[in-house]
Ligand binder design. Structure first.
Ligand SMILES: NC(=O)c1ccc[n+]([C@@H]2O[C@H](COP(=O)([O-])OP(=O)(O)OC[C@H]3O[C@@H](n4cnc5c(N)ncnc54)[C@H](OP(=O)(O)O)[C@@H]3O)[C@@H](O)[C@H]2O)c1
Length: 346
């Protein structure tokens, strides 16, 4: 039986994650993009701005319109925070499914969202129904969701780093330390002085050490998975490179390291996009550059201690690739369809 090609909308088609969505959807056999928005570039052809996106060279960016978007089967919001929360209720009401790459629908506890984002949520009822789009945790509920809050980039790398241990209740201490590093594309395409080449290259520094908004998101999810409160100390750093995230997690467990490795390898054995490396191997960001994979290494310097290193591409498994994984699940398709499985190297 022939299946009908699904109509897709992208709000924020000119940003880094929007362009990544286009790159991946260009080779997807079951969907087509029929609404692509940008307010600043409305009326321009994709080919004029992004000549490498050949499949869309004749497609025009248009200003966002509720009518055009609600005619889609599924709409991605590749926009800043606090955009989708205003639009999603009408789209969902019209029968359109929504994946928000921003943080509006990532929190089960809205008081935490409101404190973290210093705003009042515009769609609190819908936010309660939204599903956190981490397939390795919530595959079945994502498949039936009308609305998915796609996880943040640091939270994806951090939660996958700790998931098997937390699920199994094997943390001996509920304090978790996460040391994160990201390439500059994590901040999006907007011009910022601290991200120009002369400032960001040949340089390295922490930021948000007194509280970054991904900390509460990671704590919210780990607490939900553990069924008990997990406290997270999260400090991100800016790497002098374009793509890639590495998170090093420091936790306590009484389980010996070889048993922890067995636990992780068993937990992730059937996951198509998570790999656990052998003892003594350290994952590198270039192993996942351009791919939708998370690669994890496990270490211990003394009994009772576990160190986990987790790498992803922030724009792929940390954003657009994971969003397409979620879209595939929601449309009843093979989860890995059009999702890059292998890295670009060198
Ligand atoms: N970059 C990453 O690695 C990464 C990883 C995970 C999650 N995310 C999240 O994904 C979202 C997009 O990130 P990005 O890096 O792609 O951002 P970006 O490069 O700054 O792009 C933002 C896009 O949103 C559009 N936009 C901005 N304000 C809008 C509004 N009020 N209404 C409609 N469209 C609007 C912009 O186009 P116009 O202004 O022309 O309309 C642009 O296309 C953000 O919420 C970000 O936190 C990013």
């Amino acid at each position: 039986m022939e299946t009908q090609v699904k109509q897709i909308g992208i709000v924020g088609g000119t940003g880094y994650t929007g362009v990544e969505l286009l790159r991946m959807l260009a080779v997807h056999p079951e969907v087509e993009v029929n609404c692509l928005t940008s307010r600043s570039e409305a009326g321009k052809l994709v080919g004029a701005l992004y000549p490498w996106l050949h499949a869309y060279s004749d497609v025009m960016f248009e200003a966002p319109s509720a009518d055009a978007l609600s005619a889609c089967d599924l709409v991605f919001y590749a926009t800043p925070n606090q955009i989708a929360m205003h639009d999603a209720p009408a789209l969902v009401e019209a029968g359109c499914r929504v994946i928000d790459l921003a943080a509006d629908f990532r929190f089960s506890d809205l008081s935490v969202w409101e404190h973290t984002y210093q705003a009042t949520h515009a769609a609190p009822e819908l936010a309660k129904e939204a599903v956190y789009g981490l397939p390795e945790c919530y595959r079945e509920t994502i498949a039936n969701a009308s609305l998915v809050g796609n996880p943040g980039c640091y939270p994806t790398a951090s939660i996958l780093a700790l998931l098997p241990l937390v699920e199994a209740g094997l943390l001996s201490d509920t304090q978790v330390i996460l040391d994160g590093k990201s390439g500059a594309s994590g901040a999006g395409r907007n011009a910022r002085t601290d991200l120009i080449v002369a400032e960001a290259s040949d340089n390295f520094h922490a930021y948000g050490a007194d509280g970054h908004r991904h900390g509460p998101e990671i704590a919210d999810q780990l607490t939900h998975i553990a069924g008990q409160s997990i406290e997270v100390t999260f400090v991100p750093h800016l790497l002098p490179m374009i793509r890639g995230i590495e998170v090093t997690a420091y936790v306590s467990t009484s389980m010996p390291i070889e048993e922890v490795r067995d636990l992780y390898q068993t937990r992730y054995a059937s996951e198509p996009l998570v790999s656990v490396v052998d003892s003594g191997v350290h994952p590198e960001t270039r192993w996942v550059r351009g791919s939708n994979r998370c690669t994890i290494g496990l270490y211990s310097q003394r009994p009772g201690q576990l160190i986990v290193s987790s790498v992803i591409d922030n724009l792929v498994k940390g954003a657009a690739g994971q969003a397409i994984q979620n879209m595939n699940l929601m449309l009843g398709l093979d989860e890995t369809l059009a999702v890059p499985m292998h890295a670009l190297s060198p």
